[in-house]
Design a protein around this ligand. Structure first.
Ligand SMILES: CC(C)(COP(=O)(O)OP(=O)(O)OC[C@H]1O[C@@H](n2cnc3c(N)ncnc32)[C@H](O)[C@@H]1OP(=O)(O)O)[C@@H](O)C(=O)NCCC(=O)NCCS
Length: 181
């Protein structure tokens, strides 16, 4: 193992070369791959959403749960969950009645590389493993902000808590949803 390799736990390994890892400490090579991949967020959320060497620690640190999907040992996507309480200084978190109950994981970023979306079950597998992990670790809810209308496809019990007409640089309204686990 190279000293710049990530420290991680393998959560799942599928037969088709797909591997899901929970990152404990991000190594240099993975860091570069994540930064490169995050450039796909720019056209959707604006350039401030892109991960850089100076802001990446905000997403990968001891308080966050970043799950990466690797295909043939290359990172093709990731989903980052963070305990809601980490955002207690953000005004949006106060709309959630569960703030302070330590029962909710907020989905910070969910990204799949363009040519791996809507096929092969890569995004679905990553998300399913993330939700199962949250449940197994005694969380009761997963929440997040998504483009308005998206969360109704998640599960029948998913609720829209609040609509944010303006969400960063997106041209569309966003909704804050809560999904019971
Ligand atoms: C969001 C993204 C990862 C979904 O991947 P995809 O391959 O396009 O998605 P699929 O249609 O196969 O859906 C995969 C699952 O993700 C869910 N999903 C879709 N968009 C989602 C979102 N914004 N947040 C959470 N879950 C989402 C789907 O409902 C589906 O869930 P299911 O397995 O329970 O049915 C992908 O479209 C992407 O990277 N988009 C650009 C980044 C982005 O907008 N991220 C979301 C906000 S950070």
């Amino acid at each position: 193992m190279n000293k710049n390799d990530s420290i991680y736990q393998t959560i799942a390994e599928a037969s088709n070369s797909l591997k899901i890892k929970l990152i404990k400490q991000l190594g240099d090579d993975d860091k570069n791959q994540i930064i490169e991949l995050s450039k796909e967020l720019g056209p959707i959320f604006g350039n401030d959403a892109i991960l850089t060497i100076s802001n990446i620690d905000k997403y990968f640190n001891k308080n966050t749960y970043p799950f990466i999907a690797e295909f043939n040992n290359h990172i093709i996507g990731f989903i980052i969950g963070v305990p809601l309480e980490v955002f207690s200084e953000e005004s949006w978190s106060h709309y959630d009645i569960n703030l302070g109950k330590n029962n909710t994981i907020y989905t910070y970023i969910y990204l799949m590389k363009k040519n791996y979306r809507k096929q092969g079950g890569y995004s679905k597998t990553l998300k399913m493993i993330y939700l199962n992990w949250c449940k197994k670790n005694n969380y009761n809810y997963v929440t997040g902000h998504v483009k308005s209308g998206i969360s109704k496809k998640f599960s029948n019990s998913t609720k829209v808590v609040k609509i944010f007409p303006k969400w960063y640089n997106s041209k569309y309204p966003f909704e804050y949803y809560r999904r019971p686990l």
